[in-house]
Design a protein around this ligand. Structure first.
Ligand code: NDP
Length: 598
């Protein structure tokens, strides 16, 4: 189908035609099982989640000691909390992580081509504090992982850390005013404060393809890359794939980065696509320290604040990062009130026109870059910009012009039909592959204290999720909940969110450390008053922007619970991250007592 012509602004007829096209493409893909179509990487598929990087995990004696703070999760959330707590003078800070080292998502994800698609100078945290200046506009994954290690070393976080260890329960002991932290390695130690920083996309998932267990070729998930099989490194050189038939399932943000690398080294690459990504311009380049103003104190904090303001619809004098995220900012936070303030009276009409303009540019790019017209048509995305995670690559689309790459579109069969001993069946055709890579993403929100996977028992033996069962989640600023003293949660629930999530995590870490420091100084517990908690829950509910209509019209994916039409994930503070951070700063100066109990 040719691209429909679109004037700027689009005519009512053009808008109606696009809406209809989006509806049809959505209908083609919605599956009645919703999120039930996936399989967890557990039980017989547990080997997909095993740690390929930790080597032999050394036996150790279980711990029964006492620490000042236990932090669950050693990704950037946990590391930043640790760094900020160390900055407040906390001596014994213990970070616990399932992985064999710090880094979280950057520990697990080491696939070829891995980069962060948020500018490195705003994504990498604590650049001002560590003096580190990234070389590239978009940092490779290994550089980011090393930066996580750098912060952990600088703030002495290795000293008490526990790796290859999963926290299995948190229990409050009212008499001792401490938490008991138990783990899958037999530990049962005490902590005065607990911070949870468990992330949202931490467990790899597999499609529930019939016959997946029958496949006899080599297979793994992108977040557990098997370099022993492929050879090479995240920079490429996958010599083990020479002459091999390789399949990759999934064309999301990970697939878009990994596919050009596989295309270079595989004998033949089959890309099994269900929904094409919107692939925007990357513009990777080296940047000098002078270009980012790294000679000035506070340059990194200023740059990331500027990025956050633009992506939150707030006023900014200039656009320092100036990339496709900032260019598309008004389409990202989906009608946040802050965008409305700057908008036209008829905001929805203007929004839709802007969306059409951006998506038409992205669609035109496919037509310009991919030579085979049928392949180009299959790679063309038909949905609104923020329906799926935007992606960025200058190498992805040209990879489909190679003779050794075949795109297999699975939209009409709702994904891969089945698997056999030898390969993959789509529309009755069997594609034999020696190796099949799953770039099929992660289950949303299955880890941590709000998922039930990590049970938390507070005052009076009350379970956190039981206490929320009737009236929904109840927090003050998302961090603390009544009945669960000295427990601080990092995450988006009734807190903030934005595309540059490490910035959000750092503000959360600063706040968590301030709460702990104030409580310690006053000999108090960190726990909100009932009035403060009620008031915050009201703020979050009263002003929540209605994104349901947006998600209801989107193609299925993890943003909308696979097409169920409601946002998938925690509900954040409704007025955006900039307003939330200002609110927290004011609150810390004036109202901290609302979260301290004697
Ligand atoms: P996604 O969930 O975004 O993508 C999964 C892919 O697998 C989709 O293309 C999906 O198709 C496809 N898929 C699932 N089931 C089937 C099936 N049965 N048959 C065929 N295809 C199937 O996972 P990603 O790992 O790509 O990305 C997850 C998140 O990680 C991103 O959204 C982003 O937040 C983060 N990320 C960030 C990066 C960064 O640079 N900052 C880089 C990479 C990831 P469909 O769309 O039809 O469901």
């Amino acid at each position: 189908m040719p691209l429909p012509h679109c004037s700027n602004p689009p005519t009512p007829q053009e808008t109606a035609a696009l809406r209809e096209r989006y509806r049809l493409e959505r209908e083609r893909r919605v599956r009645p099982e919703g999120t039930g179509q996936y399989r967890a990487t557990a039980a017989e598929f547990g080997y997909f989640a095993a740690d390929p990087y930790a080597g032999e995990v050394a036996e150790r004696e279980p711990l029964h000691d006492v620490v000042d703070v236990a932090i669950v999760g050693g990704g950037f959330g946990g590391i930043l909390a640790g760094a900020r707590l160390r900055g407040q003078g906390m001596a014994k800070v213990r970070i616990i992580d399932k992985g064999g080292d710090f880094g979280g998502t950057w520990y697990w994800n080491r696939y070829p081509g891995i980069h962060c698609d948020i500018e490195s100078h705003v994504y990498l945290p604590l650049l001002d504090e560590t003096g580190y200046v990234p070389e590239w506009k978009y940092a490779p994954g290994e550089e980011i992982r090393r930066h996580a290690v750098r912060i952990a070393e600088q703030f002495a976080l290795y000293e008490h850390a526990l790796f290859s260890t999963a926290v299995t329960s948190l229990d409050w002991d009212e008499a001792a005013r401490q938490w008991t932290v138990t783990t899958d390695r037999g530990d049962a130690f005490r902590a005065t404060y607990v911070v949870t920083a468990t992330g949202t996309l931490s467990e790899p998932k597999l499609p529930g393809i019939p016959g997946i267990e029958d496949y006899r070729g080599h297979t793994f998930h992108t977040s557990r890359w098997d370099y022993a099989y492929t050879g090479g490194s995240p920079d490429g050189g996958l010599t083990g794939l020479a002459g091999k038939r390789v399949g990759v399932v999934g064309t999301g943000a990970t697939g878009v980065q990994v596919i050009p690398m596989l295309a270079e080294d595989a004998g033949h690459l089959y890309v099994f696509q269900r929904t094409p990504s919107a692939v925007d311009v990357r513009g990777q380049r080296r940047m000098t320290p002078a270009e980012v103003g790294a000679d000035r104190a506070g340059w990194a904090a200023e740059r990331r604040e500027n990025f956050l303001r633009i992506c939150s619809g707030e006023h900014a004098e200039q656009d320092l990062v100036a990339d496709r995220w900032t260019a598309s900012a008004a389409l990202l936070e989906k009608l946040l009130p802050s965008f409305r303030r700057h908008g036209e009276p008829d905001f929805e009409v203007a929004y839709e026109a802007a969306d059409h303009a951006t998506m038409n540019e992205i669609r035109a790019r496919v037509a310009a870059e991919v030579t085979d017209t049928a392949t180009a048509a299959a790679l063309t995305p038909w949905y609104r910009y923020a329906c799926k995670r935007p992606t960025f690559s200058d190498k992805y689309l040209p990879a489909f012009n190679r003779d050794n790459v075949t795109l297999v579109d699975t939209a009409d069969t709702h994904g891969i039909e089945r698997m056999t001993e030898r390969g993959v069946v789509v529309d009755g055709v069997e594609y034999e592959v020696d190796c099949l890579v799953f770039a099929t993403g992660f289950s949303v929100g299955v880890s941590g204290i709000t998922s039930g996977q990590l049970p938390v028992t507070g005052r009076g033996g009350v379970r956190l999720l039981h206490s929320w069962a009737e009236r929904g989640p109840r927090t003050l600023h998302g961090f603390t909940s009544r009945g669960f003293p000295n427990l601080i949660r990092m995450g988006s629930l009734q807190n903030a969110s934005s595309v540059n999530y490490t910035h959000i995590l750092d503000e959360q870490a600063v706040h968590a450390a301030a709460l702990v420091a104030a409580a310690r100084e006053k000999g108090a517990l960190v726990e909100p008053t009932p009035e403060a908690e009620d008031a915050w829950v009201d703020v979050c509910a009263r002003d929540a922007p209605d994104h349901a209509w947006f998600h209801a019209e989107c193609t299925p994916g993890y943003y909308n619970a696979e097409g169920r039409g409601r946002p998938n994930g925690p509900t954040a503070y409704p007025h955006g991250a900039v307003a939330f951070h200002e609110l927290l700063r004011r609150w810390r100066a004036e109202n901290m007592g609302e979260a301290l109990q004697s």
